[in-house]
Design a protein around this ligand. Structure first.
Ligand code: GRG
Length: 302
């Protein structure tokens, strides 16, 4: 399974490289800074989820005798297959949006961080104004990636429009930006679990949910599959934030799951989310193997 993810990650990185303007193109500094924000990058979990969801839906459809995109003898995930190619526009768009959000989150007016993934943050390396513009340009590039002629030919115009809408909703005021505003807003001392769930579902969950929905749309999911995978995406997205909070406990923030539940209770909470997520995929069994693997690898804290 790790080999599949390594192959997918290489394809994702190559597609990001192809989508980003070269550094010798004016304005050079902006393009250099955009690349700095995206490479070497992190886990690429969101684009991997796009691919994992697309392959799940494709296999489920294949099993039911409907035409599948991944035409391999074994049903394995082969880089270069039609489905991998079709998944790339939403996969890289989501990673570009994620990268923009990190650049802006690190700014002095937000988290004011000097380091990201062990390297100086974009505003430290290139200046604050440049970092704001890097984020803006990455967000715009994301929407171009899913709506340019090549993407529309690959995905079909209708699916491309659906994916644009998914990304717009997930990244906007009713999604990631809304969650970020909740995160930086003053709160009462008696903050409860419901508030933290809502914040996390918007700030972190919305983009993860969108990644899974976009993968499902790429593979032509019907209402039933889309609903099931959406629920899985919501559980994964919330669990992802709990996991991140548990890793980052020295901050002792109130607006976190361990902050409202305590560390031990937060661990039971994430275990509950993982077992719900696994249950949801039960009817698919092996068809959902990459999604199950990613959920377990990310959310298992036992
Ligand atoms: C500035 C509009 C705007 C939004 C910021 C992403 C975000 C919203 C804030 C980042 C703060 C944070 C630590 C959120 C917790 C979950 C999260 C998104 C972690 C980072 O994502 P990973 O673990 O990062 O996928 P890598 O480095 O692997 O890409």
């Amino acid at each position: 399974m790790e080999a599949t993810f390594r192959r997918w990650k290489r394809t994702i990185d190559a597609s990001l490289d192809a989508a980003l303007p070269f550094c010798d193109k004016n304005p050079r500094l902006l393009h250099e800074a955009m690349r700095y924000a995206v490479f070497p990058g992190g886990k690429r979990i969101r684009p991997l989820l796009v691919l994992a969801a697309a392959f799940t839906v494709d296999r489920v459809k294949n099993k039911r005798g409907k035409p599948a995109h991944a035409k391999t003898q074994t049903g394995d995930c082969v880089v270069g297959s039609k489905l991998v190619k079709m998944s790339m526009p939403p996969a890289i768009a989501i990673e570009l949006i994620h990268s923009y959000s990190l650049v802006h989150d690190d700014l002095p007016s937000m988290d004011n961080d000097d380091l990201r993934r062990g390297l100086p943050t974009v505003h430290k390396a290139f200046g604050e104004a440049e970092a704001i513009l890097v984020g803006d340009a990455l967000l715009s590039l994301a929407f171009e990636a899913v709506s340019n002629e090549e993407a529309c030919q690959l995905l079909g115009y209708e699916n491309s429009a659906k994916i644009v809408r998914e990304l717009a909703q997930a990244s906007g005021s009713l999604g990631m930006v809304g969650g970020q505003v909740m995160d930086i807003s003053p709160v009462d001392s008696g903050i409860g679990l419901r508030h933290v769930e809502e914040l996390s579902d918007l700030k972190t969950g919305a983009l993860i949910r969108a990644a899974i929905r976009c993968g499902a749309l790429v593979a032509g999911a019907g209402d039933h599959e889309l609903k099931r995978l959406t629920r899985f995406g919501e559980l994964f997205g919330r669990g992802f934030q709990v996991r991140d909070d548990l890793k980052d406990m020295e901050k002792e923030e109130t607006l976190t799951f361990p902050g409202v539940l305590g560390p031990e209770e937060a661990k039971s909470y994430i275990s509950g989310l993982l077992s719900f997520a696994i249950d949801i995929l039960k009817p698919y069994e092996e068809e959902a193997r990459e999604l199950l693997w990613l959920a377990t690898a990310t959310l298992d804290v036992s």
